[in-house]
Design a protein. Structure first.
Length: 288
């Protein structure tokens, strides 16, 4: 019996009833402790009535094309967000400003077209980022992950990327896994630094056999170790237009310096000969 005379069982039922009334759950979603799961519910928009203390939100396999930054900012405790297999496009800049505690973010199988510094710059705690299988993703800015220093797992496989600047990933001190397979890599001299970094880094590259060159045609389907050897030979022995200009300037300077040196040597020789002749004449006059 409780101090008020009611059985403990009735008090427990009352408390559970009050708690259940205070729990909101989005329509067509299931809610457990700190988790909201809306997988495969054909949602067209970001769900409403998500509990504010949600830690894990799963929106996979829906038709969501927009993530509202304001609604997301209400979920300040969110650490896990799964938005794979949706219709998210290229309007994600400043979307995640209010979920700074996010550790896991999956945006794979969407319609992303680019990643800028403003896309993930507020996610200072991010550890896992999956943006693979976005076939329209063609550009990642050089400093796109400059603030994501805790990033350990980054996947950009199966996108439209043709180039990735070395500094984009080289500046991630905790990076351990980088997915790069089945992209449209353009293996030219500008990409040589990135390939060399791949060969020398301690980062693991899953599905490494499928990290191959797409262009130029002479290197198509060539894996990165072989491509590095080819590019080292062609890029480090091939002179560019500015190299020829530089060599011409050096040659002209050497020619000019040689000409001046010969001219000065000739003048010195003439002066010495004239001085020697005059001295001989003076000695002859003294003898006479």
């Amino acid at each position: 019996m409780s101090p008020s005379g009611r059985p403990w069982s009735l008090s427990l039922v009352f408390l559970l009833g009050m708690a259940s009334k205070g729990i909101n759950c989005p329509i067509r979603c299931s809610c457990q402790y700190l988790e909201v799961n809306c997988t495969g519910q054909h949602l067209q928009e970001f769900p409403v009535d998500i509990p504010l203390d949600t830690r894990q939100l799963i929106l996979a396999a829906n038709n969501v094309s927009y993530l509202p930054a304001v609604e997301l900012s209400f979920l300040a405790d969110l650490v896990y967000l799964d938005c794979r297999k949706n219709l998210l496009g290229d309007d994600l800049d400043f979307t995640f400003t209010g979920v700074a505690r996010l550790v896991y973010l999956d945006l794979s199988f969407n319609n992303l077209t680019q990643v800028t510094f403003s896309t993930f710059s507020h996610l200072l705690s991010l550890v896992v980022l999956k943006i693979s299988d976005n076939p329209n993703l063609v550009a990642i800015e050089k400093d796109a992950f400059a603030n994501n220093t805790w990033l350990r797992h980054l996947d950009v496989s199966r996108t439209g990327l043709t180039f990735l600047d070395t500094s984009t990933v080289q500046g991630l001190p905790n990076l351990r896994l980088l997915g790069l397979s089945e992209n449209l890599w353009h293996c030219n001299c500008s990409f040589l630094d990135f390939i060399t970094w791949m060969m020398e880094s301690n980062v693991h590259f899953p599905d490494a056999d499928n990290i191959t060159c797409y262009t130029p045609a002479s290197l198509r389907a060539l894996r990165m170790p072989a491509a590095e050897a080819q590019l080292h030979f062609s890029c480090l022995t091939q002179l560019k237009k500015q190299d020829y200009v530089f060599l011409c300037l050096i040659g002209f300077c050497i020619f000019l310096a040689g000409t001046m040196a010969a001219w000065l040597a000739g003048i010195c020789a003439v002066i010495y000969k004239a001085h020697a002749s005059k001295r001989e004449e003076e000695e002859e006059e003294k003898d006479t």
